[in-house]
Design a protein around this ligand. Structure first.
Ligand SMILES: NC(=O)C1=CN([C@@H]2O[C@H](COP(=O)(O)OP(=O)(O)OC[C@H]3O[C@@H](n4cnc5c(N)ncnc54)[C@H](O)[C@@H]3O)[C@@H](O)[C@H]2O)[C@H](O)CC1
Ligand SMILES: [K+]
Length: 478
């Protein structure tokens, strides 16, 4: 389990490399921050490794400066340390380098021969182009564990993408706040264990920067709290659209919605046969049949609809969704209800939450590209809806520019039907009064937590029974 999974203690704001540089500038004490950063790297190494010959690969910027400081602290602790500078250090790094009196080696594969551990202090937040040439050649030749300063060199701190090349780190020590690249893939995986170190940067700089990106977790939202005055109608009514052809998907979404606290869940069915089957499978849900959309709009108390799981991406789906939008209903749209609008995200204006996976996103908004955070933000601004872009690093973005990255989903969550459950959870939270961004964030987090509890080998049906335990867990965290 990585250090990052101790999430209650980790601040939720994320800073891009540009924002982090601004934080440094506002703090105005570069050498002290560098000293604290390098000391934190040395401390993290000493608490995880027995003394080993260490080679510090130092770049010309502040990342390299942190490396020189770490080298000095390790040597003072009796470790055998050498530094290999890529180029003469600049700025505050020159001061840190001046205090290094130990061995200097060429920045080349041959210098790695004696090392039992490599500290990668080549590039951090200042990565400005793909890693290539001598740096790529030397990084490729490393055969020992790697400890990365800030990020593994080559990982873009803003996007988690690899620029040129990056090596897998055993440990990454970063400072003050995580960056999006520590949570977005493949960056998150390449970091190995990630340690966030306090280096004396005052929290007040955040007021000036105004971060808009967050790590998803219970600090970002508050789950609905029923009280003694609550009754089933006041807990929200979710109507789930179901097709005869793939009725299991709507059933899974209905289960997710019921377990996430919706007071009433109705499965709107195409045929009486399907309604009967649903009633047998989910006795606590209501069913409805009749011509859509008239039947759906008859009861004004139906406020929240979930459409898409199991629906075909055709003109009928398009017409139903359009009618619901025109009637001012709050919608969570997934799967077929998204693909039905391929190329026309503008027609979804008024929807509350869209939950596309990569391919559905591409059909609506164009390819996601390397920057998932930016892509989701752009789509939210374009559609006016909260976008929940599904993946191992699900991103949730609001039209107002806020965005959160979810990192608690285990790999075994990637199985058929789990997205349907997620849409149901989101709809239920929306129906209970949570604003769309908070409802989408909470749904993604609860789903990840439920999947961890269900364990490897779980199937979508295993998620809903875990949801109430995740509610209790959230209550214990806050
Ligand atoms: N608050 C904090 O988080 C603190 C972070 N610190 C460390 O500072 C670095 C960022 O330092 P910066 O000088 O801005 O950038 P880098 O050291 O990452 O690199 C800049 C340097 O490298 C050259 N360069 C960039 N990419 C390439 C490339 N692909 N090939 C060749 N050369 C490249 C660029 O031209 C510059 O010369 C942060 O990561 C932390 O480690 C502070 O020390 C403490 C506060
Ligand atoms: K680095």
């Amino acid at each position: 389990m990585s250090a990052m999974t101790r999430r209650a203690a980790t601040p939720s704001e994320l800073l891009s490399p540009t924002e982090m540089a601004e934080a440094d500038r506002l703090a105005g004490n570069g050498p002290a921050l560098m000293e604290a950063a390098g000391a934190a790297v040395a401390r993290a190494i000493r608490s995880r490794f027995r003394p080993l010959p260490v080679l510090v690969l130092a770049g010309p910027g502040h990342n390299g400066g942190d490396g020189y400081v770490a080298a000095r602290h390790l040597e003072r602790a009796g470790w055998d340390v050498a530094v290999a500078p890529l180029a003469p250090p600049n700025g505050d790094a020159a001061g840190a380098a001046a205090h290094w009196r130990g061995p200097i080696r060429p920045f080349a594969p041959a210098s790695l021969a004696r090392a039992g551990l490599v500290v990668d202090a080549v590039f951090g937040a200042g990565l400005s182009r793909p890693v290539d040439g001598q740096v790529a050649e030397t990084l490729c030749a490393i055969r020992t564990p790697i400890v990365a300063v800030d990020v593994p060199s080559g990982v873009d701190g803003a996007t988690g993408a690899v620029r040129g090349l990056a090596r897998q780190a055993a440990l990454t020590v970063t400072f003050f706040r995580l960056k999006p690249g520590h949570l977005l893939l493949p960056g998150r995986d390449l970091c190995g264990e990630t340690v966030l170190a306090e280096i004396g940067l005052p929290e007040a700089v955040l007021d000036r920067i105004g971060p808009r990106s967050f790590r998803n977790g219970p600090g970002l939202w508050r789950l609905p709290q029923p009280d003694t005055a609550t009754h089933k109608h006041s807990r929200g009514h979710v109507t789930m659209l179901s097709s005869d052809a793939l009725s299991g998907a709507a059933l899974l979404a209905a289960r997710g919605a019921r377990r996430a606290g919706a007071g009433l869940v109705t499965l709107a069915c195409e045929s009486e046969n399907a309604a009967r089957a649903h009633r047998m499978a989910e006795p606590g849900a209501l069913t409805l049949t009749g011509d859509w959309p008239e039947a759906l709009l008859e009861d004004g108390r139906r406020e929240v609809f979930c459409a898409g799981p199991g629906l075909p991406p055709d003109a009928t789906t398009r017409g139903t969704v359009a009618a619901l939008l025109a009637a001012g209903k709050r919608l969570v749209l997934d799967a077929g209800a998204l693909t039905a609008f391929a190329g026309h995200p503008d027609r979804l204006h008024g929807a509350a939450i869209l939950t596309p996976h990569m391919a559905e996103f591409a059909r609506l908004f164009g390819e996601v590209g390397k920057d998932r955070l930016e892509a989701a933000r752009r789509a939210a601004a374009q559609s006016g809806a909260v976008i929940l872009l599904k993946g191992s690093d699900t991103v949730i973005a609001a039209p107002d520019g806020r965005a959160a990255i979810n990192d608690n989903a285990p790999a075994w969550l990637a199985t058929g039907g789990t997205g349907d459950v997620l849409a149901g959870i989101a709809a239920a939270l929306l129906a209970q009064g949570m604003p769309p961004f908070e409802a989408a964030c909470a749904a993604a987090w609860l789903q990840g937590e439920a999947a961890q509890r269900a364990g490897p080998g779980m199937i979508a049906e295993d998620l809903p029974p875990q949801i109430h335990a995740t509610f209790l867990h959230v209550a214990a965290l806050i």
